[in-house]
Design a protein around this ligand. Structure first.
Ligand code: B1M
Length: 230
């Protein structure tokens, strides 16, 4: 049996290099080798905790991708392959984060704002919220304000979670907050994503922000319990 650390490093490398599975021809120097898909599954079977795979392999792997992209060592097609490798591994983790649906605390409508197609962070937030007993209605990416409003009404949501990864699209969050709060003042709105700060969240009238999934769950629970200023 492989050692946990070995699995974690191999999976992180697959994310960094955009290696999805053994059938994938990309990247050519890893042809025929296992990818994030097979390795994540085998790591789970070997008893590596799903939370470790997420926080010690997938997220750091994607951080390396981000740094290399910023430094001009990787280009868009490369990071698309990394995103695929990440999604393939995340799919194996998903069942392990579900709480069984026994106690549902309420529905949260989640989406990446209009103009933005980054969805990896949002998917992770969804996993953690589901794991904590919230029902998640994931609207996907590039979601206009009107769709959030429709979904809140259609699903009787208690909260909305907005994600944005671009400094340009994060500005769209304000319109969503205004639109939703005008019709449903009691619905909690949490915002997040790499460029979002607490100061920004407060300025646009959101109920709070968190830098990571654990923080998002904590914030939502606190806000839902009445302590809105989180
Ligand atoms: Co893009 N991209 N990208 N990209 N991309 C960034 C964000 C960037 C920082 C890269 C860089 O320049 N270094 C940069 C943004 C610069 C800026 O605005 N300041 C950037 C750019 C410029 C672009 C394009 C414009 C590139 C181009 O076309 N020239 C383009 C825009 C497309 C668009 O959206 N319209 C683009 C495209 C893409 C891909 C499609 C190739 C791909 C996304 C694929 C996908 O998501 N399915 C992609 C990727 C993968 C990245 C990087 C490399 C990684 C993002 C990621 O998945 N991180 C990213 C560089 C980086 O972040 N270092 C980059 C891993 C993920 C786990 O973290 O998403 O931050 P993150 O989520 C975290 C927290 O932020 C938080 O918790 C999550 C889990 O820990 N969080 C929340 C997120 N949402 C939350 C909500 C909450 C609370 C917390 O409450 C509701």
């Amino acid at each position: 049996m492989r050692h946990s650390e070995d699995f974690l490093e191999q999976i992180a490398l697959c994310i960094e290099r955009g290696k999805v599975d053994s059938a994938a021809a990309f990247p050519p120097d890893l042809a025929g080798r296992e990818g994030s898909d097979e390795l994540a599954l085998r790591a789970l079977q070997a008893g590596v905790p799903p939370a470790d795979i997420l926080s010690r392999a997938l997220v750091p792997g994607m951080e390396r991708v981000g740094r290399k992209f910023r430094d001009g060592e990787l280009f868009l097609p490369d990071i698309l392959m990394s995103a695929r490798a990440m999604t393939a591994a995340l799919e194996h983790l998903e069942p392990h984060f579900l709480s069984g649906g026994v106690r549902r605390k309420g529905r949260v409508v989640l989406g990446t704002v209009e103009g933005d197609i980054h969805d990896i962070g949002k998917k992770i937030i969804a996993l953690f919220l589901q794991g904590a007993g919230w029902e998640v209605v994931d609207l996907g990416v590039d979601v206009p304000a009107g769709k959030f409003l429709e979904a809140v009404a259609a699903h009787g949501a208690r909260a909305v979670g907005l994600s944005a990864l671009l400094t340009t699209t994060m500005a769209r969050m304000e319109g969503v907050v205004r639109t939703v709060k005008a019709a449903h003042p009691d619905v909690l709105i949490l915002v997040g994503g790499a460029p979002v700060t607490a100061e920004f969240a407060a300025r646009i009238g959101a109920d709070g922000t968190a830098p990571d999934p654990g923080g998002a769950v904590e914030l939502l629970e606190k806000a839902a319990a009445g302590g809105r200023e989180a």
